[in-house]
Design a protein around this ligand. Structure first.
Ligand SMILES: [Zn+2]
Ligand SMILES: [Zn+2]
Ligand SMILES: [Zn+2]
Length: 279
């Protein structure tokens, strides 16, 4: 019997690094051009929805994402957090799901993250009387094998902020295998070691700094291309695998069309806000 192939919608809610594009307070050439051209050049802070029940990160633009894409955030069952930087976690807005602020379903949203992200969430919720059944906070460590309501997930070490255990996520959902690969510089050796015998349907990488000669805590174009080559070398990609780049900084001075010109010849997709992929 042939198994029916399922497909999953992957929605890129935001595709910018911390400052957004155009960036807050910025008058640089790129920000001016992005403001003028609009469309795919306007980028909010990063988050992705896998299906309608699994969300990665909770940036300050979540409210904007909800309105723009008419999201029903109450369908979210699991929220996984990469790290505590404010472009990935704006814990203040979690309070909006508490009784008295909103009418929601009865289910708690399960939140998974490192100790710092969980502490941030707890601090905000505690100031309002606690999670009150609306959230369950789960502290995770690298290599934990997590059975979520929506998926199976393994957090892996990123090369990002040396003061924090920043996490990449290996995700299995609806028969698909996904790598959520940022924020990070060139992957740490131990992460490659864990990943190298896996095969992916979708790999999401960051390209924060563009042409800038830097790969330590964020990736540049060269680091993205090297990461893809290593994946090809290890046999981690299927013929149908999709590689997507996201999390762009205005400091890279690249418009959406410039990024497409750079990555298209390498069969890498440049994300834009609101982009939906069928994986
Ligand atoms: Zn970031
Ligand atoms: Zn700028
Ligand atoms: Zn970060």
């Amino acid at each position: 019997m042939e198994r029916e192939m399922t497909s999953m919608k992957v929605r890129f809610l935001g595709t910018a690094a911390f400052e957004g594009i155009p960036a807050l307070f910025c008058g640089c050439e790129l920000c001016k051009k992005a403001m003028e051209l609009g469309g795919e050049n306007i980028r909010t802070r990063t988050s992705v929805m896998l299906g309608d029940d699994l969300k990665v990160d909770f940036p300050p633009d979540t409210y904007t994402h909800m309105i723009r894409d008419r999201l029903d955030l109450d369908k979210v069952q699991d929220l996984i957090l990469t790290h505590s930087h404010s472009d990935h976690l704006y814990a203040e807005d979690l309070v909006a799901r508490l009784p008295g602020y909103s009418k929601t379903g009865d289910h708690p949203i399960q939140i998974y993250g490192n100790d710092l992200t969980i502490a941030k969430c707890k601090q905000m919720l505690d100031a309002e009387g606690g999670a009150q059944g609306k959230f369950v906070l789960n502290r995770v460590r690298p290599y934990d094998k997590l059975q979520l309501q929506t998926s199976r997930v393994v957090p892996l070490p990123a090369a990002h902020d040396p003061n924090e255990t920043c996490l990449l996520y290996y995700i299995e959902k609806d028969d698909k295998t996904i790598l959520y690969g940022h924020d990070t510089g060139t992957f740490p050796d131990e992460t490659w070691e864990w990943l190298k015998d896996k095969k992916f349907d979708l790999v999401i990488l960051e390209c924060t700094v563009g042409h800038v000669d830097y790969q330590k805590t964020h990736m540049n174009i060269e680091a993205v291309l090297e990461t893809k080559s290593t994946m090809v070398e290890y046999g981690m990609l299927k013929p149908v695998s999709e590689i997507v780049v996201t999390h762009f900084s205005h400091n890279a001075q690249l418009l959406h069309a410039d990024l497409v010109d750079i990555f298209e010849p390498h069969s890498i997709t440049v994300a834009f806000d609101g982009m939906v992929l069928e994986v």
